[in-house]
Write a protein that binds this ligand. Sequence first.
Ligand code: PMP
Length: 421
Amino acid sequence: MSQESLFERSKELVPGGVHSPVRSFKGLESTPRFVKEADGAYFTDVDGKNYIDFCMSFGPLILGHKNKEVQAKLVEALDRGWSYGACEPYSLDLAEFLLERLPFVDQLRFVNSGTEAVMTALRLARGATGKNKIIKFNGCYHGHVDAMLIKAGSGLAGEAEASSGGVPEGVAKDTLILELGDLDGVKACFKDHKNEIAAIIVEPLPANNGLLIQDQSFLEGLREITKENDALLIFDEVISGFRVAFGGMAEKTGITPDIVTYGKIIGGGLPVGAIAAKKSIMQNLAPVGSVYQAGTLSANPLAMVGGLETLSKLTKSAYQTLEENTLKAASIFKKFLKEYDDGKFSNYNVITHSSLFWIVPGEKIKCANGIPGNIGVDFTPLFELLLKKGIYLAPNAYEVGFMSLAHDDKVLADLEKRLWS
Ligand code: PMP
């Protein structure tokens, strides 16, 4: 069956034909690629065409697709059964491995996704502080938690409204939306809502609405203001955790958040998320504390060994290689964008951080308001051209590109060849 007919079939079965909206190719000319199989830096669609994959499952696959050692561990684990709903040693191995390497937290709990981690982190912050309001920043994504599907309202600074149907007003009123970089706004918000704010949640490296690299001073400011106001600072490191460094932005910036949320790489491509914090905060979670949280498939044994094998390969030199290869990929893309078809795409730039990149017509964009308004429309011809050349970016102008350790010099030479073919 061709991609088009699979998509037609899928649309009958599933809303919009997809199980997550960002897969839908909305606003693009092509229909979604249906992946048949994947290996290393490549995937092959059901029509037999292969692509260099710069989406990499939106981040979890930092080793590339189908890493042989991870595969072997998964096969071994399959032989032991794949869900117990009871205690097992495999999650201890992963928890111990993580906590030894993340000195800013004492305990963690595994869940099944980034969204679940954020949902629990918010409840935990509210339970631990006895306050209800949460500050979130415009342009940061924290999963499809009701309280995070909120956008800035038209009234006073900080006031907000739901950005999705089905989110009650009562939920929206406890989320305060501010602009990234606006420390004065944060201070004013704490003044206006004295003793009401439980936490600030931030992607310390916002990478869901482009790549909005923040100043160290902004993140430090958030740390200071939350301390002064007895509020908690939540770093949502679902993308940045284990990607910018093993300890994510907390390690890179030296800033200690109160609660950290993880997802993506922590499970190496299997469904895992985690909430981590100091013991004094984590002890608020059930069954010890009053903040309820649970999960039938949490700490699934297959996901635990997949995560551990993936994470154990992330040495200092692996991060160096990732960053070097990202810079190489960016310069290959930049040259192409500058020179292709008499400079048709010469307004584009490639912004990088660690092993992430963002192809965008602009430079040093630090907040959502700074993103050019028409990037969605402009992105279509570039995306379609790259797709034809067998180069797969995430199908949306606001998504970043993800590099993996499989994107080595050989793949980069292939990228160059494909771009100019
Ligand atoms: N937080 C951040 C920073 C994310 O990038 C994402 C996913 N893109 C989430 C939360 C939600 O994670 P998941 O899709 O695993 O639910």
